[in-house]
Design a protein around this ligand. Structure first.
Ligand code: SF4
Ligand code: SF4
Length: 210
């Protein structure tokens, strides 16, 4: 069995304790706005990045690649994710989750020597959110904020993230995920027909490349 990878954007357990490095701020959540990524690349290596059909559309439009070049369907042996997670897709031979392909230990779009993302402008929404987890009230007030601990993250605390930026990324993420999950539910309830990677991509509206 292969080693299981944590999945960005799914319900996973936290592995890394960041809180001991936090600066003091007036509101408990404000400290997280000082987060700065140091570009180590760990979260582009030690995870599987789950994607939606909107992410695929954006990457195809931006790179000219076909979905078959960068999409992979991961089985239960390959990702650490709750069996009840709504992202699971029912295929003929297995339950799978849709994510970005990996090359050896890293995301297919990570430039290994530089640790830079080769599709930064088009990257999946979950990569934009990561590692800030936040929930807002209906009036836009922050209810709680935290940092994901799915990988060891040697970040700094001299950043300057705006609350507005965090809210925007989160609302886009929620909108795309809601739409994708509705498609996953409908797919899983479908009776008859083949259920494979090719037929799922076709169901999402992507034509097979030859
Ligand atoms: S693990 Fe943390 S510091 Fe490293 S690339 Fe990801 S967010 Fe940045
Ligand atoms: S798409 Fe870019 S930011 Fe997202 S995991 Fe891959 S290399 Fe990292």
């Amino acid at each position: 069995m292969q080693a299981q990878l944590n999945l960005i954007g799914a319900n996973i357990s936290f592995l890394w304790n960041l809180d001991r490095f936090l600066p003091n701020m007036s509101q408990p959540w404000e400290k997280y706005l000082k987060f700065r990524c140091t570009g180590c690349g760990n979260c582009c290596r030690e995870t599987v990045v789950c994607i939606t059909d909107e992410d695929i559309r954006r990457i195809v439009a931006g790179t000219g690649q076909s979905p078959q070049q960068f999409v992979k369907f991961f089985t239960r042996d390959e990702v650490a994710m709750s069996h009840n997670d709504p992202l699971w897709l029912r295929f003929d031979k297995a339950r799978v989750v849709m994510g970005l392909r990996k090359i050896r230990d890293r995301c297919i779009f990570l430039d290994a020597p530089s640790n830079l993302c080769n599709i930064y402008e088009y990257r999946p929404v979950t990569c934009r959110d990561h590692p800030v987890n936040v929930s807002f009230s209906d009036t836009g007030a922050v209810v709680k904020m935290s940092l994901s601990r799915i990988v060891k993250c040697p970040h700094a605390w001299d950043g300057n993230i705006s609350k507005r930026e965090v809210r925007r990324a989160q609302s886009v993420n929620e909108r795309y995920e809601k739409s994708y999950l509705a498609k996953v539910r409908a797919w899983n309830q479908r009776k008859g027909g083949t259920k494979t990677a090719a037929s799922f991509l076709s169901y999402l509206g992507f034509v097979a490349s030859h």
